[in-house]
Design a protein around this ligand. Structure first.
Ligand SMILES: *Cc1c(COP(=O)(O)O)cnc(C)c1O
Length: 498
């Protein structure tokens, strides 16, 4: 298996999985995609059913990262998903909530959000990739975050040798808990900076740095190469495929399906990475019937999936599910490539950067709609759904999960409830405690958002996850707030510090 850029029409450059992980983004601005998709057979899946999560994940990864051995990957998985980082019976338990609705809890890791599933293993994959390719330079990871990626990347990369990491987040676009988590980050090789702008400004800033050759040269002179931990990196995407395979094994083991029976998947979506991993799992043979793309008030994807027009010329809203407040869903580019090829993808992407808009043709839209359907959830519906799931089923969902639960129910109105529906739960309710509390008890208000954590314990009787305990007492280390234009300067300041 080789990797090509989504925009490389002639496919002039084919690289290995480990090289794709080192590079992150292709030189032409495209994203790396495999030139073929591995198939999982019935006997593969049935034998995975008997295995642990780490063995399942190592199997899936060995197919999608084929210049790593199964043994290397198993070793990395055992470290990444160790019970000390992911306490509990499984790193990502599948919980039946009602009827045929299951929640795949992806937030039991060190930052209480689903990005840990990828970012606990990604640094190990990168570190191996550097060794495999004889690279002596230090990898400088730059991350733009809408909140969860940044913290998860910092936790994953802190104190990893041959790596430095710098994270940019929108000052007003992340929750108080998220901000505190980042401002108090430990580790000698880390830096964190807030920017005046939204997530897209941060992401655009990082992308600009990545495509600036003169800047790369400056870094090169200091023994540094740029690498990304954003969900555009193949090393982020591949580990996410594994939990869909694992969830299917869990459904089989629970007797909810027989081999080959379909199930639906509903994903609270922002950058389109998580749901795209589900799409790949389907291409590899999982009998996923429909991929339900759940959006919040920023429903650019819902509109795209119904009309074929992707138009970012619209108001950006800050919502209570901030990790989904995104107007440019980068990983959608990979889907465009698989369904339309690199020539069209290149055209769509230049149109997007020039006019903020592109439209796919009827044939492509048809192909998209065969796989995906989109629903969006308003703020009021998000709050109601949190309340309803807690009152009716005793299930406490965070704001992002609630967006997806509502979408799943909208979908079931037409599709029925015969087929099991797996809804991704992407954050612990405690990570967004204030909004979760207010949804349950609209009469409450909190002077300090952190008080909501204790209030939530009182209401739900559920424990605060270990990563969020005592967060207010930790030492603040990073307080800088800068204009997006100053991001390159901030990077140089960080790498020149020592
Ligand atoms: C990142 C994130 C999402 C969105 O996932 P994408 O892969 O970007 O679509 C949803 N919920 C939470 C809590 C997240 O952190």
């Amino acid at each position: 298996m080789k990797f090509v850029s989504t925009r490389d029409v002639l496919q002039q450059e084919k690289i290995s999985a480990s090289q794709a992980i080192i590079r992150g983004l292709a030189p032409d601005g495209g994203l790396y995609v495999p030139d073929g998709i591995p198939a999982f057979s019935e006997s593969d899946i049935l034998s995975l059913c008997q295995k642990s999560y780490c063995e399942r994940a190592a199997f899936v990864l060995s197919k999608y990262l084929d210049d790593y051995t199964y043994e290397e990957l198993l070793e990395d998985c055992l470290k990444a998903y160790a019970p000390s980082s992911f306490p509990g019976s499984s790193p990502c338990p599948l919980v039946r909530v009602h009827d045929n609705v299951y929640v795949l809890e992806l937030w039991h890791g060190p930052t209480a959000a689903f990005k840990d599933m990828a970012l606990q293993i990604m640094p190990r994959l990168l570190s191996r990739a550097l060794r495999k390719n004889g690279v002596d330079e230090t990898a400088l990871i730059l991350v733009a975050t809408s909140g969860d990626t940044g913290k998860a990347a910092l936790e994953g990369y802190k104190d990893v040798p041959q790596v430095k990491i710098m994270v940019f987040y929108p000052r007003d676009g992340v929750s108080r808990v998220q901000k505190l988590q980042m401002m108090t980050q430990t580790g000698d090789n880390v830096s964190v900076c807030a920017i005046k702008g939204n997530f897209d400004d941060a992401q655009t800033g990082v992308k600009k740095i990545f495509s600036d050759k003169a800047f790369a040269k400056k870094l090169g002179d200091q023994g540094l190469i740029l690498s990304s931990a954003n969900s555009i990196n193949w090393g982020r995407l591949a580990p996410q495929i594994a939990y869909y395979v694992s969830a299917y094994c869990d459904l089989l083991n629970a007797g909810a399906v027989r081999y080959g029976d379909p199930f639906d998947v509903c994903v609270p979506t922002g950058n389109f990475g998580n749901i795209f991993a589900a799409y790949l799992a389907k291409q590899s043979g999982l009998p996923i019937r429909r991929l339900i793309c759940a959006s919040n008030k920023n429903h650019i994807l819902t509109d795209f999936l119904s009309t074929g027009e992707y138009d970012r010329n619209r108001t950006f809203f800050t919502t209570m599910s901030p990790s989904m407040d995104i107007l440019i869903s980068s990983n959608l580019e990979r889907l465009l490539y698989f369904l339309g090829g690199s020539k069209k993808t290149g055209q769509f992407m230049s149109s997007l950067s020039e006019t903020g808009l592109y439209r796919i043709d009827a044939e492509m839209l048809d192909a998209v709609q065969k796989e995906f359907t989109g629903f969006f959830t308003t703020e009021e519906e998000t709050a109601q759904t949190i309340r309803r799931y807690f009152d009716d089923y005793g299930y406490l969902a965070d704001t992002h999960t609630s967006v997806a639960l509502h979408a799943a129910n909208e979908y079931a109105k037409n599709a029925g409830r015969e087929v099991p529906l797996v809804v991704d739960s992407t954050a612990s309710p405690y990570k967004f405690a204030q909004d979760v509390c207010k949804s349950l008890r609209p009469d409450l208000s909190f002077e300090d958002p952190l008080n909501a954590l204790d209030q939530l314990v009182e209401m739900s009787g559920k424990e605060i996850p270990y990563p969020l305990k005592g967060i207010a007492e930790r030492k603040i280390r990073f307080e800088d707030v800068i204009e997006p234009a100053k991001m390159p300067e901030a990077v140089l300041g960080f790498v020149q510090r020592d």
